[in-house]
Design a protein around this ligand. Sequence first.
Ligand SMILES: Cc1cc2nc3c(=O)[nH]c(=O)nc-3n(C[C@H](O)[C@H](O)[C@H](O)COP(=O)(O)OP(=O)(O)OC[C@H]3O[C@@H](n4cnc5c(N)ncnc54)[C@H](O)[C@@H]3O)c2cc1C
Length: 492
Amino acid sequence: MPLIKAASGGPVMLVYIIDPDYWAAPDRSARQFQVFRHSINTLRRELQDREGQLIVRVGKTLEVMKTLFSELSFQVIHTHEVTETSCGMGISERIKEWSLSNNIGFAEYPSNGVFRDLKNRDGWAARWNKRMQQGPLDSPESVQFVHAESTPGWESRWPSIVNGTLVSENKNAWWAMNPEQVLDDFLNRRGLSYHTDMSSPASAEEACSRLSTHLAVGAISMRQIVSRVTDRQDYLRSLDKNIRGTALKALGAYKSRLHWHCHFIQKLESEPAIEFENMSKSFDGIRENSFNEEYYQAWCRGETGYPFVDACMRYLRETGWINFRMRAMLVSFASYDLWLHWDRTAKFLATQFLDYEPGIHYSQFQMQSGTTGINTVRIYSPEKQSNDQDPDGVFIRRWVPELESLGAEHIHAPWKLSVTDQKRYGVVLDNHYPAPIVDHQRAAKEARTRIGQIKKSNSAREEKKIILKKHGSRKGRNKPRKTDKQTDLFEQ
Ligand SMILES: Cc1cc2nc3c(=O)[nH]c(=O)nc-3n(C[C@H](O)[C@H](O)[C@H](O)COP(=O)(O)OP(=O)(O)OC[C@H]3O[C@@H](n4cnc5c(N)ncnc54)[C@H](O)[C@@H]3O)c2cc1C
């Protein structure tokens, strides 16, 4: 929309600004920039084919805008609405203020199903559907581009302004592929078993859409995806039940997650404070003063002594992605077993994710840490998840090679081996591989008690009503299932 509107008003200058303040934030990392750089270069190539140009400037956004204005005075800034961290929103606000005080128009357009100035969630799903039904927009027929110099050497200047490690960059990396082809392949082939294969990190690699990174950088839009999924669903409905098999079920599960994408971002949009503060104040103080640095470092390195947790963390650190269930397990382990406040763990995982999307990230982090006050508390058992999602231990052996010699019967819980067997297999705990840093059963029980006591209090119950009104899904997702009703706290 910004390009269409700008093109209808006259010549257009397309600008991308690499702001050192933004990239130096503790939740930003080199690997995320790797993806942005790739996207910027792809867009630059595509624009060249249309005799267009994307101008890339490095510098503080406001300073860059002032310079551009002095070089090529412009009348209106057209941009997308963004739901960002306080750092990103601050940059956007400063530009808005500056443009308005200099008689420059400032127009923002929505790009997904998130709504500005929303009072509560009544009618949100209907508004989401309505916006998605509008479908993707056609490109403007002709655009008169304004050309200007980019900052010389912008591509090589970036390592000095960001932190963290890179991911391997080859043409088979999902994030480096053409998003439309990734979507096509998912809809026609990979996604057929989405609903059954999304939970194991090994099968999820292929069975999930792998579009989150493309969505996070804006290489594909939510409306484009929803429109393609809806077309595919219509087509499948026209087929005989025996021919379409479970494809419709798989796509239904996928579409509901597209809905969640915006549902979760809406939480940060409506309450930016959840980047820093517990959504439910009833949980303030429970973890703030008990941060165990050693536990934190072991968790970050993937050396907790729980093979499946460590395998997932090492896989994520290497590839920049892991599936939803395993993200939830990593956070559950940090927040419940290790009792670490989500503030630092959220920033660390953000730097590892290529698809880092602050609105989803902070909302999910609080949900998986038990601080929203409205969600059922799920404490994941690393051993159960390991048995369920990697029964033969193939994933663990790949990512925790110290345990290579262990068979499926021992690999999920090597601490159960006798000292003699540890020696026999060459996996001596605290020598070749760490002993568990905490006892899961005990830690989970303690966490359940602590959270449960607060949840039962009158003040937490009163607060829950207010939070549900503001953030809760109206689709009954927050109602506990029958089996959860007794405790509202259970182990997965
Ligand atoms: C602690 C935690 C942090 C997370 N942080 C992020 C993040 O920074 N960026 C991000 O895109 N996702 C995040 N997620 C959600 C989810 O794990 C990823 O969206 C998903 O794994 C991305 O892979 P995919 O595109 O192949 O997903 P698919 O399984 O194919 O899902 C399709 C799309 O639906 C959306 N989606 C899927 N699951 C969720 C969910 N639980 N909540 C909200 N939207 C969802 C995403 O846009 C995703 O691309 C987080 C989940 C947890 C538990």
